[in-house]
Design a protein around this ligand. Structure first.
Ligand SMILES: Cc1cc2nc3c(=O)[nH]c(=O)nc-3n(C[C@H](O)[C@H](O)[C@H](O)COP(=O)(O)OP(=O)(O)OC[C@H]3O[C@@H](n4cnc5c(N)ncnc54)[C@H](O)[C@@H]3O)c2cc1C
Length: 446
């Protein structure tokens, strides 16, 4: 049964009235529809990637665990299973996600479709690298098993392919063995961007690394950061009284943003104060401490609907990847542009990316650095992001489709070049172009 719903991505902009229906692979063969459709996971992508006014299929009912091999850690799930459901079921059994984005509320099909990266990209690659195979319902109504050995083009184009090659029905992935639910976290303050990058480079052997960056600091302090390194703690690293229950931790009581914050709540002054206090607090953190995996990986998930913090107008997340050789120069130019525009981001996150996957045409990571910034929506913010695009492109970087709600087709083409041509060709050859479209794919002519 279909119904009308007003949908948006996590950034709450743009919003659009869409016809939606629970997805049923038996019934909802693409050939049944006179128009293109798109599948939606948990709606954690920020923009319009999981929205099609004609028909947006909701994958939420496809949430069954199908198989698990205790010896190899191979897990098979339907595409609508969330990362939170996997963690809840498998952490107590000693298994963890091999790669995770900063929210556990995304679905497995969603993280495959965006080829999500985690804080361990420099060592483990992206989520696509953890996938053994998946079953894809294609434009011709056939289900194809795709893996590095079979249906190779479809496999590569679907990972990072934003739902535009077919419906991902089931995914086989690898889980990672762990001894405890805890992470040994090291907090390393960096006085500026140069120092932060040096810390990343010197700590390539760390399993996880991420920096919270104060994008409002100026002068010699431009890009000052707290770099957080993490390792899965072993049982022996836990306090003696915790060693017999290594997977227990005080599960945080979820809090909610009760309403939209007023538009004036986040302004240059409150952002500056927050960034300043956050950095100060971090410089006083113990250099090494045990934190549970929820606090380390998913600090934002602790507040449900935190996206209401930006008020009704919504916000846009700007995320670019920059090659190693040009990253420092590009990041400094971007920080200057942000400062000059008088805008700031509540959260600015910097990560070191390892080698990308050139065989996957729309996969985002390239070896270098990625910066993610949130901007409350305004005409100045949109103008600033256009300028950030120019800097990204001039330095050989690219933007992340999972966060995008506003880039132009020309920017997309400048970022992805021949890879985009290759992706478009596969879509036309398989009939996917006529069968699968989102507002984003139409805007960018994907
Ligand atoms: C707080 C927060 C932190 C984040 N941190 C990170 C991070 O660290 N690293 C990172 O890489 N990303 C990050 N993200 C982005 C996030 O990983 C992606 O937006 C998410 O994976 C999308 O999953 P979803 O289930 O919400 O999919 P949706 O947002 O609903 O859809 C995203 C795309 O997947 C497609 N899709 C969904 N289901 C299917 C299906 N069954 N078959 C085919 N296509 C499908 C959709 O068509 C759409 O194109 C973050 C997002 C948030 C909100």
């Amino acid at each position: 049964m279909s119904r009308q719903e007003t949908l948006s991505g996590w950034g709450r902009w743009p919003e659009r009235d869409c016809t939606v229906a629970a997805f049923d692979p038996e019934k909802d063969k693409p050939v049944r529809y006179p128009h293109a459709t798109i599948t939606r996971g948990a709606g954690r992508s920020y923009g319009d990637a999981a929205m099609n006014p004609d028909m947006t299929f909701l994958g939420e009912l496809r949430n069954r665990f199908l198989d698990f091999d205790e010896n190899s850690g191979e897990l098979v799930v339907q595409g609508g299973v969330t990362l939170a459901e996997i963690l809840e079921a498998f952490v107590p059994r000693g298994w963890f996600l091999p790669v995770t984005p900063g929210t556990k509320f995304a679905t497995v099909a969603g993280v495959v479709a965006v080829d999500a990266h985690g804080k361990n990209h420099h060592g483990a690659g992206s989520f696509g690298d953890q996938v053994n195979w998946f079953d894809l319902l294609c434009a011709d109504g056939q289900v194809r098993r795709c893996s590095p050995q079979q249906e190779i083009d479809l496999y590569n184009s679907t990972i990072g392919g934003m739902g535009l090659t077919g419906h991902i029905l089931a995914v086989s992935m690898k889980l990672h063995p762990i001894e405890t639910a805890w992470i040994t976290q090291k907090t390393l303050p960096a006085k500026n961007l140069e120092e932060a990058m040096q810390i990343f480079e010197e700590n390539q052997q760390a399993t996880y690394s991420v920096a919270w960056l104060d994008c409002l600091a100026k002068g010699d302090a431009r890009g000052r950061s707290l770099v957080l390194l993490g390792e899965h703690a072993t049982v022996n690293e836990l306090p003696a009284e915790q060693r017999d229950k290594p997977f227990d931790y005080p599960v945080p009581k979820p809090k909610s943003m009760p309403m939209d914050a007023p538009n004036w709540a986040l302004n240059r002054f409150s952002l500056k104060a927050f960034n300043h206090l956050y950095y100060r607090k971090g410089t006083k953190a113990p250099p090494k401490e045990l934190v549970d995996y929820d606090r380390y990986f998913y600090p934002l998930d602790a507040i449900h609907q935190w996206n209401r913090l930006y008020g009704k107008r919504g916000f846009s997340q700007y995320q670019c990847a920059l090659p190693l050789e040009t990253a420092k120069e590009a990041l400094l130019e971007q920080l200057d542009a942000i400062s000059k525009a008088g805008l700031g981001s509540f959260l600015a996150v910097l990560k070191r990316l390892g080698p990308g996957a050139p065989e996957r045409p729309l996969s985002f990571p390239i070896e270098g650095y990625t910066l993610a910034l949130d901007f409350p929506l305004s005409s100045q913010a949109l103008t600033l992001m256009d300028l950030l695009d120019e800097i990204t492109i001039a330095h050989g970087g690219r933007l992340y489709l999972a966060k995008d709600s506003r880039m132009t087709q020309a920017t997309m083409e400048a970022c992805y070049g021949d890879r985009l041509t290759q992706f478009r060709a596969l879509r036309r050859a398989t009939g996917a172009h006529a069968a699968f479209q989102s507002l984003q794919s139409k805007r960018l002519n994907l």
